[in-house]
Design a protein around this ligand. Structure first.
Ligand code: SF4
Length: 298
């Protein structure tokens, strides 16, 4: 699995974030250079490409004759026989354009797992954060993707206890979590970053914020565990990444980026194999590789 940076910087200026000041404006790398780099990665054995960017779905490269977007890169990578899986991260709801959503209908390699930060389930807080989108717009993206493929799952980022967050705003976030059932997410208590507009706002009581974070994480972890449990007894595709240092087991990832630990063999590293899952915890799945595993990647 190889990372390929396609975009840097950010123009969004969320009120809590330093990135636009430290990394500068959005910049997209040349389409042709990215494809050449993908060719090199494939030559050195890459089976999965993870397109990276601070705002990866804002990717826009103006070539001599044509503009290229993230969807064009995905279509181009799709053509490489050697590439079995395509991912991208981190995306912004404002840039989930229809051409990108359509890729989920047309691509066989784009993985059914979308990391799409929302930060809060309250429109009032999203406005204070200067996110530039509403909860309903996020839900609309979720519904469009679920309609294309009901197996698509979401993960997100949450900032809890942002200045101005009332009990009502917090309840909106809880309601939203229960609506989407994110399978994996990052959540933090708001912490002011010097120089950002949000750092000038009055903080809410730290104990209240910490208590809210606990509630949010309890729900997030529960959905994460439930999703992992849904694999018990099933045979799933795992891209084998490496042999683990501390034991004789092997490590790989399924299509949702879950870590999968199983007894395997050196020769399967870099291949997609079938693993029957017999145990899970919140973070990992455990199983046994099928002996006659369908090695789809040579
Ligand atoms: Fe940009 Fe993301 Fe920071 Fe918002 S949170 S300013 S979108 S990098």
């Amino acid at each position: 699995s190889s990372f390929l940076t396609i975009q840097e910087g950010c123009d969004k200026f969320c009120s809590f974030c330093v990135v636009p000041y430290t990394r500068g404006p959005e910049y997209s790398r040349s389409f042709e250079k990215i494809i050449l780099e993908a060719q090199d990665l494939v030559k050195s054995g890459a089976k999965e490409i993870v397109l990276l960017g601070q705002n990866v779905n804002a990717y826009l490269f103006k070539g001599k004759t044509k503009e290229h977007r993230l969807s064009d890169l995905i279509k181009e990578l799709e053509k490489f026989n050697e590439i079995k899986r395509i991912r991208y991260t981190t995306s912004h709801p404002r840039d989930m354009t229809d051409d990108l959503i359509d890729c989920y209908s047309n691509s066989k390699k784009l993985q059914p797992f979308v990391h799409l930060p929302i930060q809060s389930g309250s429109n009032k807080i999203l406005k204070l954060m200067n996110r530039g989108h509403k909860v309903e717009e996020y839900f609309d993206i979720y519904e469009k993707l679920k309609k294309i493929n009901s197996k698509i799952e979401f993960s997100s980022d949450f900032i809890i206890g942002h200045p101005g967050e009332t009990e009502g705003d917090f309840k909106d976030t809880l309601e939203f979590l229960n609506k989407i059932k994110f399978i994996n997410s990052y959540s933090f208590v708001f912490s002011p970053r010097p120089g950002t507009p949000a750092s000038k706002l009055n903080l809410i009581e730290n104990e209240v914020a910490k208590e809210r974070l606990k509630k949010v994480q309890k729900i997030l972890f529960q959905y994460q565990l439930e999703h992992n449990e849904s694999f018990i007894g099933k045979k799933i595709d795992v891209l084998v990444e490496n042999k683990m240092k501390k034991n004789q087991m092997y490590f790989g990832r399924n299509e949702y980026l879950n870590g999968v630990i199983f007894g395997g063999n050196e020769k399967y590293i870099g291949n997609i194999v079938k693993v029957k899952i017999n145990k899970v915890n919140q973070n990992n799945l455990f199983g046994i590789m099928e002996i006659n595993s369908d090695m789809r990647a040579a």
